[in-house]
Design a protein around this ligand. Structure first.
Ligand SMILES: Nc1nc2c(ncn2[C@@H]2O[C@H](COP(=O)(O)OP(=O)(O)OP(=O)(O)O)[C@@H](O)[C@H]2O)c(=O)[nH]1
Ligand SMILES: O=C(O)[C@H](O)COP(=O)(O)O
Length: 192
């Protein structure tokens, strides 16, 4: 069954709030847009053969999604988890929930996540601190409640265990490196 990739996108002019001490609003907006463009380009590559759903209340992000051939879903609720729940209602097979702020994400990272269904129910791709979740694979859409936010890696594991599901922790640099705090920015500079 064709997998769905869901990308939640916070409005570009509100995202990356934690970088406010070091970047101007214009810089944060540009960065968020560039990160999303990168993730969207990879996710919509025909080689992956996935249905891509972008869920956002940001008109610009939804327009970019449509242009790339993805489905643009207008977010009704508030926040990342509600947006993901809304989008998952459209899918009934395997689904990959993918953050939009992964500058080093590669095709292979997405491909690996999409094959997890052969061996596990839930694939939790954690961040560098190993406390967060930057991508979450579910063998069946909606099989757990998503718990994105602080300590989401442990919370996703707990949700899987509560439901008697198998889970696998994924640690890959392209999926682990998100940009949240000012101390993340030098890495971006060094690698680009
Ligand atoms: N649709 C939607 N996506 C969100 C929302 N909040 C966060 N996201 C997305 O969820 C993923 C992880 O978000 P965060 O790491 O919290 O990033 P952020 O919100 O840009 O950063 P901060 O503003 O500093 O918290 C990214 O893809 C965001 O675009 C939201 O309210 N709605
Ligand atoms: O790790 C997570 O669950 C998401 O990236 C959002 O969490 P954060 O807002 O703490 O980065």
């Amino acid at each position: 069954m064709t997998a769905a990739i869901v990308i939640p996108v916070k409005p570009f002019d509100q995202a990356k709030a934690r970088l406010a001490p070091v970047l101007t609003p214009e810089e944060r907006e540009m960065l968020s847009r560039a990160f999303f463009r990168h993730v969207l380009t990879l996710a919509t590559d025909r080689a992956l053969d996935a249905d891509v759903i972008v869920v956002s209340r940001c008109e610009q992000a939804l327009g970019m999604a449509r242009e790339a051939g993805a489905q643009a879903m207008v977010e009704q609720g508030q926040g990342q988890n509600e947006a993901l729940e809304q989008a998952m209602e459209l899918a009934n097979g395997p689904v990959l929930l993918l953050s939009s702020d992964l500058p080093f994400l590669a095709m292979q990272d997405i491909a690996v996540m999409l094959t997890l269904g052969a061996t596990t129910d839930l694939g939790i791709a954690t961040d560098r601190a190993k406390t967060g979740t930057n991508a979450l694979f579910l063998a069946r859409s909606g099989m757990i409640r998503t718990r994105f936010g602080p300590d989401s890696r442990a919370l996703h594991q707990a949700e899987a265990e509560k439901a008697g599901l198998r889970w696998t922790l994924i640690e890959r640099p392209g999926l682990a490196f998100d940009v949240d705090r000012p101390e993340d920015l030098p890495f971006l500079h060094n690698e680009s």
